[in-house]
Design a protein around this ligand. Structure first.
Ligand code: XMP
Length: 324
């Protein structure tokens, strides 16, 4: 039997009971696979790695070492949330790495989107490998591979290509959710007691806010993206149902504004909200006018450097969902 093929008889996990049965089965399998060895896991705070972490904490407790790399491209409050949930509430052995300056240095002046992605991916692997190198006796690497990763990209997570770890850091893989679809991972995460904000987190690109701070990233514009994004999420979260994905992008240009009777140059925050089934095509979502006005007022009042708010009503195609 191919371990990377979902058996046709495998029931879709749609209920807490089915999730609990999956959890019980996986805990036994993980204990058997890992024994007394140690496991290392890159914990981004995304749904998949969070569910794998929660499963491994239950199965092997202290034998799991989680590494959270804060590359500065996460959304507001996310690194804090990872520490709170995993270290404080679940008692995980968590190494928190503040790599913000390191990423910003490497990205300084780089405006080509693919080069930015490559730098972010490579730097992530370098930081993670450095942390791994500091730890002794690790035999396994935990990964949040899910079934679509296997079907679509040879089992390699598109965003955190830990498959690219250096030769001397090759581990055996532990991939407890590799046969699950995303919706099933969420049901399992909920059953494991993870907070809704993690379990139902909207899709977020691996390079994070890096692709929404359009052009060459600067610390101040990146901070503006993070703050404006938090406002947009807070407001659009009130919609029921909320769109599939919604965020802010800030392009690398300034336009004229007026403050205290003086002209000044500021950035434009672009609101984007889309619905899609598979992210291959997407439709712009009609946001209520009063909501748009509230978002505009809050962004202008609360986010330094922004003097203009735009709404991107483009569909995919011809526009992609992200701006880069
Ligand atoms: P686009 O912009 O191509 O995005 O229409 C489609 C979906 O993919 C996400 N996206 C990414 N996810 N790494 C990722 O893990 C990336 O580099 C990346 N670029 C885009 C995007 O957020 C959307 O959901």
């Amino acid at each position: 039997m191919d371990p990377n093929k979902r058996p046709e008889t495998m029931e879709r996990i749609t209920s807490p009971e089915l999730a609990q049965a999956f959890i019980d089965e996986q805990l036994a399998a993980l204990k058997k696979q890992i024994g007394q060895e140690k496991v290392l896991l890159a914990l981004s705070g995304g749904v998949d790695s969070s569910v794998v972490a929660a499963l491994l904490i239950k199965a092997i407790g202290d034998q799991l070492v989680c590494v959270h790399v804060n590359h500065g491209l996460l959304r507001k409050g996310e690194p804090e949330m990872v520490v709170k949930v995993f270290r404080e509430e679940l008692g995980a052995n968590l190494v928190y790495v503040d790599a913000v300056d390191r990423f910003l240095d490497k990205l300084a002046g780089v405006d080509d989107p693919e080069t930015k992605r490559k730098i972010i991916g490579k730097e992530f692997i370098d930081v993670f490998a450095e942390e791994a190198g500091k730890l002794d006796g690790i035999k396994f690497l935990g990964q949040g591979t899910i079934y679509p990763d296997i079907l679509e990209s040879d089992g390699v997570k598109a965003h955190h290509n830990v498959g690219g770890l250096p030769e001397d850091l090759q581990f055996e893989l532990v991939e407890p959710v590799k046969l699950l679809y995303k919706d099933e991972v969420r049901v399992v995460g909920k059953q494991l007691g993870l907070p809704d904000s993690m379990v139902y987190r909207q899709p977020f690109p691996g390079p994070g806010l890096g692709v929404r701070c359009v052009g060459a990233i600067t610390a101040d514009r990146l901070e503006a993206v993070r703050e404006a994004d938090a406002i947009v999420r807070e407001e659009i979260d009130k919609m029921n149902p909320a769109p599939w994905q919604y965020f802010v992008a800030i392009p690398d240009f300034k336009s004229t504004g007026i403050k205290d009777d003086k002209r000044y140059m500021g950035w434009a925050a672009v609101i984007r909200a889309v619905n899609t089934v598979d992210a291959v095509t997407a439709e712009s979502v009609e946001l209520p006018w009063d909501m748009l006005c509230r978002i505009r007022d809050r962004i202008i009042a609360e986010v330094p450097g922004i003097n203009r708010v735009l709404w991107d009503i483009s569909d995919k195609p011809t526009s992609t969902i992200e701006w880069e």
